[in-house]
Design a protein around this ligand. Structure first.
Ligand code: DON
Length: 583
């Protein structure tokens, strides 16, 4: 047989004419095995690399992070470098004066960790601090005033990550940020445009105007150099004296004296007491993949897993991507999750959060049984309310993977674009307006239309509830997908759809990112869809009882996938300044 087999092949070949043989060879190259990098079926293509990859919303940050990986730093080193760099080159969301969450897979110890560096409310904060005399919520005060700021967590979070899991010095991690702040960098279109939009609110802060606008009051234009001397000073203080410079030393003093001068609430004691917290990630399973995401005080991970548990009970892949049936199942799952969010989620250091109940398969089954396939269930049958989303996505997410398989998924924010728009004089540091993420009054929606109750009411030293959902999906014990997004309430549903697009609909990460997204948050009872969904589908959904609104974009995902030896990444085209790069 050994001899017969090749002989029979050569016999067959001798009977085939040469032109036919050439056609056979060329078609097998084109239609044969799929090219692992560029599938014929893909409409969008990811960036591909084999040694390390970084996906952020800003090219300076991506370049800084990638350089650290190339020098042999690990994913945490790169992530911390990116975090500090974004504070300079992407000031609308990158920050020292805000907070966030990091989820990381550490190959050495084979564990996934979560760092909570969410802002805390100041010691002097009170439950009703944002209510006016008539008992109504004063939105200006909660969103655009000195009182909007929580005690910042970013410096504590990034330095904790570096100290515990990094390999490079803090000086090295800060070096690109310091250089870019000191020498300046050419402003890109994204930054220039966002400064035009922010100008009206920025005008209340002389320091913000001095930094981000020219003497004639015009924002820096694309290509012009933006230098931030005060921010360089703050970063240098941290480089020299570590996080203490920010929480107790020279930077803390400046924050304290500014607060005193303006009658704000953050004191030296608040700064001194702030600590980032290492938490257990929230964990779930979806069609054989392991999901790790951010636990409370983020609502993101809990509701992501809750919704995936419900979706797993439906045959999504056979129903089809973005068909009316699939969108219906997504929307119904979203409504139940967001209804639970308003009641059960808050800072776990203040009240217990029923994480295991909300993420249990039993609970998902009970919700599945309430979903009717033919009809939308009105949100009023679950609970009443209304919404008013005012802001675009102004948080920022980045993903990193290195050669050893370490991975970081990080989302951080000032809340709105440029936070409260107030810069602490002499520091270049913009203060967040995260206090608006608390429920200022039960049932009254915040800027993202989210309602809440007692668990998310303002209390001294409490962390306000978040939707930020940095997530790592694992396959066979290794990172498979690293993803996350800004977008306020729409963060959780954006991350959900990235995961479903990849797992259920076999999309590459560029396709999964580009695909049209939908969002329902229970209240208001509106199904938001992005442009690009077919009119026929919208008609079917409307007939099923949905109030469909085709509106602004949903989320800005920055994701990386690892398949075999290849890393695939994609920056979201919804915010054009992003860059994914690998080597
Ligand atoms: O923590 C949160 O959930 C919000 N402060 C995030 C804000 C955000 O994503 C801004 N973009 N809309």
């Amino acid at each position: 047989m050994d001899i017969l087999f090749p002989m029979s092949i050569s016999k067959i070949l001798s009977k085939i004419s040469l032109p036919f043989l050439l056609i056979l060879i060329s078609t097998s190259q084109v239609f044969g095995q799929e090219d692992p990098l560029y599938s014929r079926k893909a409409r969008f293509h990811p960036v591909v690399a084999t040694n390390g990859m970084v996906a952020t919303e800003n090219k300076y940050a991506t370049e800084a992070g990638l350089q650290v990986l190339k020098e042999g730093g690990n994913a945490v080193d790169a992530a911390v470098t990116i975090g500090f760099t974004l504070a300079v080159t992407f000031p609308r969301a990158g920050n020292l004066g805000g907070g966030g969450f990091m989820v990381a897979y550490l190959a050495d110890t084979n564990e996934v960790i979560a760092i909570d560096y969410r802002e805390k409310s100041p010691l002097q904060a009170t439950r009703d601090m944002f209510l006016d005399k008539a008992g109504n919520v004063d939105k200006q005060k909660s969103r655009n005033s000195i009182f909007s700021a929580g005690v910042p967590g970013t410096v504590a979070g990034l330095t904790m990550a570096l100290e515990k899991y990094g390999t490079i010095s803090l000086q090295r991690a800060l070096q690109p940020a310091i250089e870019l702040a000191q020498k300046g960098f050419p402003v890109d279109q994204e930054l220039s445009k966002s400064l035009i939009r922010a100008k009206k609110q920025m005008q209340k802060s002389a320091s913000s105007m001095e930094i981000f606008y020219k003497e004639n009051g015009e924002p820096y234009q694309e290509g012009e150099l933006l230098t931030q001397k005060d921010l360089a000073w703050s970063l240098q203080q941290i480089s020299k004296n570590g996080p203490n410079a920010f929480y107790e030393g020279a930077v803390a003093m400046k924050i304290d004296s500014f607060m005193k001068q303006e009658g704000g609430l953050i004191t030296k004691e608040d700064m001194q007491k702030y600590q980032a917290v290492l938490r257990e990630p929230v964990q779930g399973k979806y069609r054989g993949y392991d999901i790790y995401s951010m636990p409370p005080p983020s609502s993101g991970g809990v509701h992501l897993i809750q919704m995936l548990n419900i979706l797993e009970l439906f045959p999504l892949s056979s129903l089809g991507q973005n068909t009316a049936k699939t969108i219906h199942i997504l929307a119904e799952s979203m409504k139940y999750a967001y209804a639970d969010r308003s009641k059960h989620l808050g800072d776990p250091d203040f009240s217990p959060v029923p994480v295991s109940e909300l993420t249990s398969e039993k609970y998902a089954k009970s919700i599945k049984d309430l979903i009717k396939m033919e009809k939308s269930r009105p949100s009023s049958e679950i609970l009443p309310g209304n919404m008013n989303i005012e802001e675009g996505p102004n948080t920022t997410h980045f993903s990193v993977i290195d050669n050893d398989g370490n991975a970081v998924s990080n989302t951080y924010t000032l809340n709105f674009s440029y936070g409260s728009k107030i810069t602490v004089p002499g520091t270049g540091i913009l203060l967040n307006n995260e206090m608006d993420d608390f429920s200022a009054k039960p049932g009254v929606p915040n800027a993202y239309g989210l309602v809440g109750g007692k668990l998310n009411s303002i209390e001294p030293e409490k962390r306000m509830l978040s939707s930020m959902s940095p997530t790592i999906v694992m396959k066979d014990g290794k990172p498979y997908l690293i993803t996350g997004s800004p977008g306020g309430s729409r963060i959780i549903t954006t991350v959900l759809q990235i995961i479903v697009n990849v797992i259920d609909f076999d999309m590459n990460i560029a396709e999964a990112t580009n695909a049209v997204r939908v969002h329902h948050q229970w209240l208001p009872d509106v199904l938001m869809v992005e442009r690009g969904l077919s009119g026929d589908t919208i008609k079917i959904l409307t007939d099923m009882g949905y109030r469909v609104e085709v509106g602004s974009t949903i989320g800005v995902a920055e994701s990386i996938m690892k398949k075999g030896e290849y890393m695939y990444g994609a920056s979201d085209p919804r915010r054009p300044g992003g860059l994914t790069a690998g080597y």
